[in-house]
Write a protein that binds this ligand. Sequence first.
Ligand SMILES: Cc1cc2nc3c(=O)[nH]c(=O)nc-3n(C[C@H](O)[C@H](O)[C@H](O)COP(=O)(O)OP(=O)(O)OC[C@H]3O[C@@H](n4cnc5c(N)ncnc54)[C@H](O)[C@@H]3O)c2cc1C
Length: 737
Amino acid sequence: MSVYIFIATGQRTNCWHIIAACLATPQHRIGGIPSPDAPVGEVGMMPPAPTPGRLGNRPAKQLQRESATRQGKPAVAYFHSINKGSQSMASSNLCELIRIANNASYFTDEHCDNMTAEEFDVLICGSGSAGLCAAIWLARYGIRFKMLEARDGPLRIGQADGVQCRTVEIFESLGIADALLKESYHVMEIAFWSACSKEGEVGGEQGVIQRDYVGPDTEPGLSHQPHVILNQARVNEIMMDEVVRLSGNQNNVEYGRRVRDVTVVKEAEEDVQVSLKLPYVKVAAEDRHGKSHVYRAQYVLACDGAHSTVRKSLGFHMQGDSSDTNWGVMDVFVNTDFPDIRKKAIIKSQHGSIILIPREGDQLVRFYVELPPSATQPLDLEHLTQRVSQVFQPYQMQIVDTAWWSTYSIGQRLADHFHDSMRVFLTGDACHTHSPKAGQGMNVSLQDGYNIGWKLGQVLTGRAPESLLETYILERKDTATKLIEFDRGFAKLVSSSSSSTSHEDQVATNGDQKTTTTPAERFREQFLAAGRYTAGLATRYPASCITRSRAPGSVGFVCDEAKGITIGMRFPCAAVLRLSDGKPMQLSQALPSDGRWHVVVFSRRDIWSHGLHVIAAKLATAFQGYEPAGSDEDSFINTVLVLSKMPAAHSAPLNLPALFCPLQGKLKLKSHTKVFVDAENRHAAGWGHAFDLYGIAATSSIIVIVRPDLYVAEVCDLNDSARVVDFFGGCLLPATK
Ligand SMILES: Cc1cc2nc3c(=O)[nH]c(=O)nc-3n(C[C@H](O)[C@H](O)[C@H](O)COP(=O)(O)OP(=O)(O)OC[C@H]3O[C@@H](n4cnc5c(N)ncnc54)[C@H](O)[C@@H]3O)c2cc1C
């Protein structure tokens, strides 16, 4: 008896190796079509002219488990003809194959077509910003997951475009920022325009617009990354490419699968054998031909947007404003004499407000057009075009071509629940909706995925208890609540009907001096004050097991030891030199989002200091328990040392603590890339201020624990290594050797 598995040409060779190793027993012979790079001799008993099929890339452990259940039971299976474009039927369902093989003597196309129940660790419903970002983490952790997407293919055009500094930082840490930075428009300046209040002002007569201000778009020094503009379809594509790359070129998305129903299964289902533990989640979906498919997963992410079927199916509701505001959005090519056409600009005229966003390339621009609140029906393209030319008076704004346009209505709303039984988690627009004015939609949604993804990865790889997932709700519900509050204020600020368009000047008392502020000035001040928030750099996570606080219940703790670092906020970036080769770098480059925790030691002590060696040795001993046997010594906790100054010059053998030069790779070579110095860069300005930027007191040396998503978890004195050990003991599980 044999199990035949046909591997499609181009299938990853190591996948073939794993399957062959797991299933090759006297009872199971392995047959296949070799991929061009498959080594000769791996392929056994070739059956006559089979159609190549596909198998997914499954973690070796999983396959071993499955093959163990198969031990000694003969089976005949024909697993073929399943490579149907992107709809590779049962592509990763070896378990199901073996189950069916037990009952069938011959396994045909028909079996394939009826085999619709599939099992995963995580199912992601919707492949938008939130779903894709979570998928990157899951692929990185080697989790068995699938994305179900209602569309027939990837998003092609339109939707959001603003990528805030924080999101660019995230892309950098995920190693996918190059294309984003290269292809996007970089928002360096912002201009504010308002209606002329008096005759004779620049711009002409009353009723037309004048420029009030041009300045930097983001506060200088806020982030080393810019605020950029790139259409959401391309941003999604960059993430999808990374998911595919990390999954070994495997397609993890099923297009044309519309999720219809989601249930948390709490008691064993009759006649259903699953390898999932209770409770798990059952998802019913429909393909483009109306055929039903059933999936089961340990966890489900509802990433299916504002009209989320998952949310509705669980009986959850959106709460908040009952009225929606209408917006027109258009990507257009224009002929114009408007001077700020290549700057981000906010124009508040007597005919309404427009937000102008220059787009990638040198020609395309986007207009967000405020539509009258009274409009019962969204307006059409002709009305939008007319409104644009009115708002820009006295400038010529001739729309020559419209690449994309849409009108949409949106309310400021929050879901009443963010999870069901800690098994289904709502993310993105599925649990928060708001206006597009502050450019937050894609960013906050993507960052929901960024938050839940690594936590699921750590739980499913057995490195953290399930309770870690509770922090997703704590952190992202808090973020969403603040987003809605922020958006309410911000939307009013930008709206033409806000008081700041009132032509009345206001008199403010500033000490003994009376100053007059114009509406335009007040608007600009408030807008710029919101800059830190809109850049995505104001997020502070509340205290939890992964965000320590010395004051219970507090949010964002600033430590005396490092006033520039706030527990619960993103780890700020600083320019440093790498000790080994003098390379000028951003410290963030040493802290990639690759699934590891990071421990950064800022030391005023020299590397020759005995004290530093003693502390490093203590930490190294404590961290050993988290590193799986045979892996790199820093495969779970990435350790980095930043020295306050160049070490004393010595010709003596390099004396770095072993913690900062772990053995890596197959050859177990000492790493030389983990020690940095806060020293001046001979080739450029801006280096040599890292300790000042982090606010590290003149006599202090500190340890900072940074989470896999680069938020600060804990800060303590260098001598307090026990606190570090205690921290990890409180939220992680040791490696099973
Ligand atoms: C038409 C439109 C225009 C927008 N314009 C702007 C804008 O100009 N500026 C701005 O800042 N924001 C805009 N937004 C909002 C912004 O795009 C969202 O905030 C952001 O995309 C949210 O990301 P998400 O991953 O939560 O959801 P989405 O990006 O909406 O992704 C959800 C995905 O789930 C899929 N899906 C839906 N239902 C199902 C189902 N039942 N089964 C399987 N898959 C399903 C969808 O096809 C989609 O791919 C717009 C949104 C829309 C819909």
